[in-house]
Structures are given as structure tokens and as C-alpha cells.
Ligand binder design. Structure first.
Ligand code: FAD
Ligand code: FES
Length: 272
């Protein structure tokens, strides 16, 4: 079995966003839409959870946005380099079946994350409308991979492409005109929360993928716990996808930002 974790291909997709193809037959052969891996670039390195955004033969790909020390390190690796540890596929796969009309929203690097979900939904004969949201027109990635969807909408904060505004505003515009049976929204947590608020208003089930802070990824450390409908869940083993209408967003966002100062310092030191 080919498990070298060698980076066979690397491509810059937008400013600070890179696509890496990695040789690991175990992940490539077993990954399902919605699952993720945890990387450790070198011994004693931080653990980095990243969604599996596609597979081909013995390789899988990830799309990484450099936001802090570890993701900067990951994005600086080159073709031919190796990642020390890759654990996965982890987490529960997306709940894909024939629903009917499905609305899928991808924001920022979440655009890459929704690709396997959209492909599976199409394989199950759903009608799939997709909203791609980005800061401006330069941040749309991999849009050529959405050619099979039924309707594709672009949204930018500054109006440089498509609808000017936020993803949840476009979502509400569509919900006023059309009935959907289920939705997905994957991207920054503020976007997922806003889309979940709209979904609650229209009584529509919405899957969000929670990017909780993770350590072991196996349900042992408790680091990734989230409150769903007043029940504690572990994002790494029970998720990462949950019905966004029932996520306790306030405690989730508080936990997500609890190490902000330390993270800022670590990145500053790394860049010096
Ligand atoms: P830091 O400076 O350490 O942190 C920056 C921010 O990243 C923090 O505020 C926090 O919100 C988050 N973060 C920090 N450490 C962790 C950690 N151990 N686990 C999770 N989040 C953390 N990013 C992508 O670019 N592409 C993806 O496909 C992707 N998929 C993800 C899937 C899952 C299931 C999860 C949980 C996260 C995913 N992320 C993805 C986010 C990515 O893991 C974080 O950006 C990364 O760990 C940040 O580490 P850092 O050292 O670069 O930044
Ligand atoms: Fe430790 Fe989920 S990452 S319990």
C-alpha cells in the first residue's frame, strides 16, 4: 500500500490558498464526502485538521488557507516534500441521499470543501443549487468543478462579481422563491451561523461543518466539544457536520477564539 505522504502536486489557487495532492492510498481509497485528515508536518509539530477535498488513484487533495503558524508551514512545503504523519479519514461522512432540491453554500476555502458533497448529491440524482461566496472576485477557487450543478450563484462582499452582499442574504433571496429539502453551508463560522439563522426562519435543515479546535481527533481529549441542542458532542467523532439550527454558536465561537493571543504570537515569531 502506498502511504508515503509525499506531496505529488502543489498549486496556488488564490492569495494564501494552496492545493496539495498527497500520496496516501489508505485515505484515498476510504475517504467519503465530509471527512477530514489530521496532519503533523514534523515530529512535535501541531496537529492540523484539514478536509479531504477529493481523491484520485492513490492520492487525496486538500485546500489549505494559511492563517497561522502551522498552516503557513504547510503552505510552504513543496512538491516532493513529505508530511510526517497523516491520520484519516476521520469524522462522520456527510449524510448524502436523494432529497430532491438541495441548496449548498460554500464560502472562502469552504468552496473546496463542498465539492465532494455536491458531486455525491448529484450522483444521488438531486437537483443542486450552489452559492459560492468570497471576499472579492479574486478569491473564487476551483469554480470549473461546479459545471454539473443546476444553478450556480456568485456572491462577493464588494460586488466585484455576482450578488453584492453576504451568502446568507443570497440564500434568503432564493428561499423566498423556491422550496429546498435540505441545505449545506460550509465556510467561516460567522457565515455558517448567519445561514443557520436563515434556515431556522424557513424551517430548513442545514448541515454545517464545524472547524472546532482539535487535538487527537479520536474523541479522547475533549478539545473539540460543542453544544448541540444542549447536548455535548465531539466534533471529531460525532461531526464535523451538525444541523446548524441547533448549534450553540455563542459558546462555539468563544472556544474558537480562546487562544487568539498565543496564536498571534506564534505566527509573529515564525515569520520573524
Ligand atoms: P493558529 O494561529 O494556531 O490558529 C488560527 C485559527 O485556526 C484559530 O483561531 C482557530 O480558530 C483555528 N485553529 C487553531 N488550531 C486548531 C486546531 N488544532 N484545530 C482546528 N482549528 C484550529 N483549514 C483549511 O485551510 N482548509 C480545510 O480544508 C480545513 N478543514 C478543516 C476541517 C476541520 C474538521 C477542522 C476542525 C478545521 C479545518 N480547517 C481547515 C482549519 C484548520 O485546521 C486551521 O486553520 C488550522 O488548524 C490553524 O492552525 P494554525 O497554526 O495555522 O493557526
Ligand atoms: Fe480530542 Fe475531538 S479532538 S476529542
Amino acid at each position: 500500500m502506498k502511504l508515503s505522504n509525499k506531496i505529488t502536486r502543489k498549486e496556488k489557487l488564490a492569495y494564501g490558498i494552496h492545493m496539495l495532492w498527497i500520496e496516501n492510498e489508505l485515505v484515498a481509497k476510504n475517504a467519503k464526502a465530509g471527512q477530514f485528515v489530521i496532519f503533523r508536518i514534523y515530529e512535535n509539530g501541531e496537529r492540523i485538521p484539514i478536509t479531504i477535498a477529493g481523491t484520485k488513484n492513490n492520492e487525496f487533495r486538500v485546500i489549505v488557507k494559511a492563517v497561522g503558524k502551522s498552516t503557513y508551514e504547510l503552505c510552504r512545503l513543496r512538491e516532493g516534500d513529505y508530511i510526517q504523519d497523516v491520520v484519516g479519514p476521520l469524522g462522520q461522512p456527510s449524510e448524502i441521499r436523494k432529497y430532491g432540491n438541495v441548496l449548498v453554500v460554500g464560502g472562502g476555502v469552504g468552496i473546496a470543501t463542498i465539492i465532494p458533497i455536491v458531486n455525491e448529491l448529484k450522483k444521488h440524482n438531486n437537483k443542486v443549487d450552489v452559492i459560492l461566496a468570497a471576499r472579492n472576485k479574486n478569491y473564487f477557487i476551483l469554480e470549473e468543478e461546479f459545471h454539473e450543478v443546476d444553478n450556480l450563484y456568485f456572491v462577493t462582499d464588494d460586488g466585484s462579481r455576482g450578488f453584492k452582499g453576504f451568502a446568507h442574504e443570497m440564500m434568503e433571496k432564493l428561499l423566498k422563491e423556491k422550496n429546498y429539502d435540505v441545505a449545506w453551508a460550509i465556510g467561516p463560522s460567522l457565515m455558517m451561523k448567519a445561514c443557520s439563522d436563515i434556515s431556522r426562519k424557513y424551517n430548513l435543515k442545514i448541515w454545517v461543518s464545524l472547524n472546532a479546535i482539535m487535538v487527537d481527533g479520536t474523541g479522547m481529549c475533549g478539545g473539540c466539544r460543542v453544544k448541540i441542542n444542549d447536548e455535548l458532542k465531539y466534533t471529531c467523532v460525532d461531526g464535523p457536520e451538525f444541523d446548524g439550527r441547533f448549534v450553540d454558536w455563542e459558546s462555539f465561537n468563544t472556544r474558537l477564539t480562546q487562544y487568539k493571543e498565543e496564536e498571534k504570537l506564534a505566527l509573529k515569531k515564525y515569520l520573524e
